[in-house]
Design a protein around this ligand. Structure first.
Ligand SMILES: Nc1nc2c(c(=O)[nH]1)N[C@H]1C(S)=C(S)[C@@H](COP(=O)(O)O)O[C@H]1N2
Ligand SMILES: [Mo]
Length: 208
């Protein structure tokens, strides 16, 4: 039997899955007008089993552990006070918006590019806010702006590129992103628990 409700406004959606998983999502995020969805397909095909067939949940801008229940059996409108979902019971945050972040996809770590112009490039994301700026730093030099590809939607990643004349020897490339709300990607490193990792991506290369 369910214990009596501790009351308060219904501020949490709890999705339950056939695998026993329960994932909670803040109601304010689902209802703020973003494209929160219950996908039954992906890329023009029925949802694959691995991604949650027959139906899953997807909320742009929230990490999977607070938004992405797969193989959904039912969804209950409840309160945070009344129910701790699976990850919350294990010390993960109940609120977990995706952090403003970026990564370097090329060159790869420990690559040995030839002297000349080296194309540094990757992707940045600030889901549901959008990317305003991406900057790259070589060693301890100044932050320099990268070129940005079009932002498809504020919910998708944004590609960036940074052609750079390289000088011989070992170099550290570091990237940071700024979201449209002005949040600069933090250099402070944290682990994934409780609300997502933070820090900056850097790659060490040797220019031959
Ligand atoms: N039923 C169920 N849904 C789940 C999970 C799970 O273990 N069981 N893991 C969640 C987590 S933590 C993430 S990050 C996403 C991953 O979704 P994907 O496999 O489609 O990338 O699924 C979420 N939904
Ligand atoms: Mo996850």
């Amino acid at each position: 039997m369910k214990p009596p409700s501790r009351g308060g406004p219904a501020d949490q959606l709890v999705a339950r899955s056939v695998d026993g998983m329960t994932l909670g999502t803040p109601v304010e995020d689902v209802m703020d007008g973003r494209d929160a969805m219950l996908p039954v397909g992906m890329n023009g095909e029925p949802l694959s089993f691995a991604h949650g067939f027959p139906v899953r949940m997807l909320v742009p801008g929230l990490y999977g552990h607070v938004s992405a229940c797969k193989w959904i059996e039912d969804i209950e409108l409840t309160t945070c006070a009344d129910y701790d979902p699976y990850w919350v019971k294990r010390k993960w945050a109940r609120k977990a918006p995706v952090k403003t972040q970026s990564r370097i996809d090329t060159p790869k770590p420990f690559a040995r590019p030839k002297a000349g112009t080296v194309m540094v490039a990757g992707v940045a994301w600030a889901h549901h806010r959008g990317i305003e700026r991406v900057e790259v730093r070589v060693d301890d030099g100044p932050w320099r702006p990268a070129d940005l590809a079009d932002q498809d939607t504020v919910d998708t990643g944004r590609q960036w590129s940074f052609p750079r004349k390289a000088t011989l020897g070992g170099h550290t490339l570091t990237v940071r992103a700024t979201g449209r709300t002005g949040t600069v990607q933090t250099g402070k490193r944290t682990r994934t628990v409780a609300d997502g990792a933070s820090g900056r991506h850097s790659v060490v290369v040797t220019v031959d």
